[in-house]
Write a protein that binds this ligand. Structure first.
Ligand code: SAM
Length: 218
């Protein structure tokens, strides 16, 4: 994503009532923050947040946390958030590599990765959000049998993910190379990137990976 710095973005985020400023302080108590015992789902790399805000609207009996590391990008999402009446969503301006410091083991039921940066060079493979390094972090914070859902237009990243995710014991529960013309399309919520690619006629790939029952958090 080409990033245009927005002046004052950090300050605005620091003052936003929709952003948790000290997420590590909430570790193990996220359900208290939401004021209910509903399951918590997160989107890692939410961009401007169209997807996760739509989920929060559709599913009031679930809790959502949108995670975006760049303040200039998150700020765009917060502008949208201000126009909505929602009580089941929070936002964090953090890097996904810190998720295990923010969430306790088993605190999260589902993780969404949408159109994650591809990092095509081999030497950058660890930065891919579906790399074994990141899957290890997700494994720590997910409940038993928890889910990672991943959508992308990038075939190379998708192929890499299909091959690398099962190596560490995850099960690929479903997959498609053309989401919008597959049974998985039912109930699909489009992201900003997805809408753009779909308008260009690009097929969208999706996989659903499940943390097998009995898999220990490390
Ligand atoms: N998910 C949105 C969509 O589908 O429209 C945005 C996709 S955009 C290509 C990827 C986003 O992930 C960017 O906003 C980027 O800043 C964010 N991102 C990438 N790596 C991240 C990380 N390690 N932690 C948090 N956010 C990250």
């Amino acid at each position: 994503m080409r990033l245009r710095h927005i002046r004052g973005a950090e300050e605005k985020i620091a003052q936003s009532p929709y952003v948790i400023q000290d997420p590590e302080g909430e570790r193990g108590h996220w359900n208290q923050r939401f004021g209910n015992a509903h399951p918590i789902e997160i989107e890692v790399g939410m961009g401007k947040g169209r997807f996760i805000m739509e989920l929060a609207k559709r599913y009031p009996d679930r809790n959502f946390i949108g995670i975006e590391r760049y303040s200039s990008v998150l700020l765009r999402g917060l502008e949208k958030r201000e126009q909505l009446e929602l009580s089941n969503i929070w936002f964090l301006c953090v890097d996904a590599k810190d998720l295990a410091e923010i969430f306790e083991a088993g605190e999260i039921s589902k993780i969404y990765l949408n159109f994650s940066d591809p990092w095509p060079k081999d030497r950058h493979a660890k930065r891919r959000l579906t790399s074994p390094e990141f899957m290890g972090i997700y494994r720590q914070i997910l409940i038993e049998g928890g889910i990672v859902e991943f959508k992308t237009d990038n075939r190379e990243l998708f192929q890499y993910s299909l091959e690398s995710i099962p190596v560490s014991g995850w099960e690929i529960a479903s997959q498609t190379y053309d989401l919008h013309h597959s049974p998985l399309a039912e109930g699909n919520v489009m992201t900003e990137y997805e809408a753009k690619f779909a308008a260009e006629g690009k097929p969208i790939c999706k996989l659903v990976a499940q943390k097998p029952k009995g898999m220990q958090a490390e």
